[in-house]
Structures are given as C-alpha cells and as structure tokens.
Design a protein around this ligand. Structure first.
Ligand SMILES: Cc1ncc(COP(=O)(O)O)c(C=O)c1O
Length: 350
C-alpha cells in the first residue's frame, strides 16, 4: 500500500523514499501512515495479507499462515506462531524490514535483540544477500546466539548489559557504518500486525487476544490492526487485547496499573525473549490499550515453566517461556464462560 512516515516524537513527516526507520531530526521512532484504510484490502485469505503492508519494490510479502488450534480448555484457542520459518512471530516483521533494506540499497543491517529477532533478521538478511550485524545482551540464550552465528552467518557483538543497552549500541553502529537499523521499529510493527488480521479471519467472534510483551511492538501492531478493522466497519466489536509480562520484568504492567509513565526496570526473568526493561513501543501501546479497554497481566516464572511443560505434553511441541506466557496468563484471567479467547504462542526457540 502507498504510505508515508511520521515521527511519533516530533511529528516530522517523510515520504516512503526515506531510507530509515528513525527520525532524521530527533531520532524518534517513525510510524507508517497508509493512504486509505488497509483493512478493505483484506479478503480473509493468506495471500491478501501482503496487500496490507507498505509498498516495496522487492516484496511479494509471503508471511504468516500459521495455524489456530483449539486448546484442551473450552473457550481457548492457540495461535501457533512457532510455525514460522525461524520458529517465532518475528519473521512476519523481518520479511517487511529486509525487503525495505534491500530496496533502499543497503548492504548491511544492524539489529539489537533478545534472541528471536536476531535469529529472524539474520535468516532473511542472508536470503537477501545482505550482511547482518547483531547486538545481543549478555543474558540472552546461548544456543540462540550460536545458531545465529553458525547457521545464518551474522556478525555478533555481545553487549555487557540488557536489551536497552544493546539497542543503543546497534543505533550507534548503524549510524557510523551506514547500515540499515533493523529491529523494533515501524516496518516490523506493520508485518507483525498481520497476526491480528489472520486471527480475525480464523475465528470470527473472538472476544479476547492475549500476547506476551517485551518491546510491545507486537502488542502495539495488533492494536493498530484492530483500530484499522474497526474504523472500516469490517469488524463490529474489536476483541479485548491483553498484554502479558513476566513478573520479574513488568514495566508496562506497573505503568498500566498506576497510570504513571513507564519506568525502566532491570529485567530478572528467565523468559529471555521478553526481558525488556524499557519497551520501545510501551507508551504507544499503553495509550491504545487504554482507549480500547484492554489490560495488562503479569505471570510468574513458575507459571510459565509449568505452562511450557503442559504445552509440550498436550501438543508435542517445545515452546519457550515467553512463548507460553499468554497461555499462563489465560489461566489467571476470569473470563466469562461465553468468551472466545486466543493466546498467541509467540516462539519456540529454547
Ligand atoms: C517469543 C517471543 N515472545 C514475545 C516477544 C515480545 O514481543 P515484543 O518485543 O514485540 O513485545 C518476543 C520478543 O522478542 C519473543 O521473541
């Protein structure tokens, strides 16, 4: 779709020819603004997902098409995002991001990650003949780091600090080396929002969607999709969105409950994929969440670990802790008997 970019911090506007995902004036995060409402272009089929995305010279945008399966519990469905090529929902965003990097003529992308995003960015960069430089926090999963380096040939810098520290390093590297800054930015948000569209086609009448939250790119993207579909009248009543954080890293949950701005919190959770102390899209997501009467929940380490076991026993599939945080949260929510809830199982890299 035709689109322009706008800075969420200073309001500066850019055309689609602008070759970056951050504002050239204030370094703020950009957002994609479509010309028209994209949801009119969605016919419910997998192939039409690509039509909802920012126009690109290179992309046919083949993404998504993951299964929605009934859980053992009445009223709960599971969206199996670990069926994506690199076993997490991140692929939906990487497809868009790497297509744009290629279109703009970049030979290298730089990305900070807690693990899965790096995995995915490195995979798609390699397929497109682009070098990937990854900045990853020292507390990230070692097996993920080994795979990113050995399977996808990415350059890796381990950062002595958390994701927020790694993000700063990737930003500076991209600026210095003129690499494309990839990660939790606008093009990824657009790709990841397609999960919402898919769920709406797979389960009309869904009442609640539960998603794990790290940087809140997924949550804010899905809320954006929800607003698009509601504004165009494609759906009558949007499902309630519920964000889930680990109790040992819950900056958004605290801000949501106290109605105060998000404060950085040192991550202490073993769910490495959602160990983010200050979510990039946090304030944006909270604003939309309040407007749409959504909510935030937190889950303990024990609850996620128990859910990981249960998921393996019931489905024969290994999911990571962050991946099943949504199902663990569902058990704590007292949803009405008539609810039709979807828990997004986001990733399976352990
Ligand atoms: C498996 C998994 N679940 C959830 C998340 C959280 O997504 P977001 O950072 O968009 O909030 C991530 C992020 O890396 C992830 O890898």
């Amino acid at each position: 779709m035709d689109y322009t970019l706008r800075c969420t911090a200073c309001g500066a506007g850019y055309s689609a020819a602008y070759k970056s995902q951050v504002c050239g004036k204030c370094s703020g995060i950009l957002e994609v603004r479509y010309e028209g409402n994209p949801s009119a272009r969605f016919d419910g089929g997998f192939w039409s997902l690509g039509r909802l995305l920012p126009k690109s010279k290179y992309a046919s945008y083949e993404l998504g098409n993951t299964e929605l399966v009934g859980a053992r519990r009445r009223g709960l469905w599971l969206k199996l995002e670990l069926q994506n090529p690199t076993r997490s929902f991140k692929d939906r965003g990487s497809v868009v991001e790497i297509a744009k990097a290629k279109e703009y003529g970049y030979r290298e992308v730089a990305c900070a990650s807690t693990g899965n995003m790096a995995y995915s960015v490195a995979y798609y960069a390699k397929l497109s003949g682009i070098k990937a430089k990854i900045f990853i926090s020292s507390n990230a999963n070692r097996d993920k780091i080994r795979d990113i380096r050995e399977t996808h040939d990415a350059g890796i810098t381990r950062v002595d600090g958390d994701f927020t520290e790694a993000q700063g390093r990737a930003f500076n590297y991209a600026r210095r080396k003129r690499a494309f800054l990839a990660g939790d930015y606008c093009y990824r948000q657009e790709g990841q929002r397609t999960i919402f569209y898919e769920i709406m086609a797979q389960l009309p009448g869904v009442t609640h969607i539960i998603v794990p939250v790290g940087n809140a790119t997924l949550l804010s993207g899905m809320l954006k999709a929800s607003m698009e579909m509601e504004a165009s009248g494609v759906i009558k009543r949007a499902p309630r969105m519920i964000g889930v954080e680990a109790e040992k890293c819950a900056p958004m949950f605290k801000a949501f409950s106290s109605r105060k701005p998000i404060k950085y919190e040192k991550p202490r959770t073993l769910a490495d994929a959602i160990a983010v102390g200050y979510p990039t899209f946090g304030e944006t997501a909270l604003q939309m969440l309040r407007a749409q009467k959504g909510s935030m929940v937190k889950v303990t380490e024990k609850e996620m670990a128990a859910e990981q076991n249960r998921f393996l026993n019931e489905h024969g599939i290994i999911a990571e802790l962050a991946g099943v945080a949504s199902i663990a949260a569902y058990r704590k929510l007292r949803l009405p008997r008539s609810a039709k809830a979807v828990a997004v199982v986001t990733g399976g890299n352990v």
